[in-house]
Every structure is written in C-alpha cells, then in structure tokens.
Write a protein that binds this ligand. Structure first.
Ligand SMILES: [Ca+2]
Length: 108
C-alpha cells in the first residue's frame, strides 16, 4: 500500500513562490517509488485597497496629494496613483477631487 507525503519549502501563508515534494512510499520493500516532479505554486500578495485621494500613493491623504492633482490639472503630470487621484470616483481627475480631498483633510 502506497501513501503520500508532502513537505512544504516554507510556511505558505505569506506571498511568495512555494514548492512541495511529493514522495510515494510503501512498507513493501519491493515497491519502487516513482519520481514525481516538485509541485510549484505562487501565492500572490493580498490586494491593497486603494486609498481615495492618495494621489502620491504614500499611504496618507494630505496636502501633497493636492499638489500632485494640481500638477496633473495644470501640466498633465501623471500622479503616482491616478486611481487614487480620482478621489470622488467619477472617472476623471479634476478640481472636484481637490474639493473632496480638502473636505477629508479639514474634516479629520
Ligand atoms: Ca474625480
């Protein structure tokens, strides 16, 4: 009777590339264990939710985001996170996003 063993290369709870080796074994001394290829899989990092208004993508909503959006409006310089720059989520980056961010800064 053959059975299966699996050995993980490391703890597969964190993002990264993992391999596992599968070995078939038996108490029967005549059993010739087949050579199996290592199992390889990748765990992707969790998707970090976008922070509305964080145009600079530095994890905070502050005056630097206002500057980044103004740069975009005035000189078409793309913000680090165009998705976050669309703070009000209407599909465009414009003065209404500045108002949204100012409301967040003043309101907090
Ligand atoms: Ca917008």
């Amino acid at each position: 009777m053959a059975y299966m063993k699996s050995f993980l290369s490391s703890n597969p709870r964190d993002a990264g590339l993992y391999t596992a080796k599968v070995t078939l074994a038996s108490q029967d001394s005549n059993y010739d264990s087949p050579v199996l290829e290592d199992l390889v899989w990748t765990i992707q990092p969790a998707v970090v939710p976008a922070l509305k208004g964080d145009a600079t993508n530095d994890g905070a909503v502050d005056i630097l985001d206002l500057v980044s959006i103004i740069d975009y409006i005035v000189s078409n310089t793309s913000p680090a996170s165009p998705t976050n720059a669309d703070a009000n989520g209407d599909g465009t980056v414009d003065i209404m996003d500045l108002v949204w961010i100012i409301d967040q800064i003043v309101g907090s």
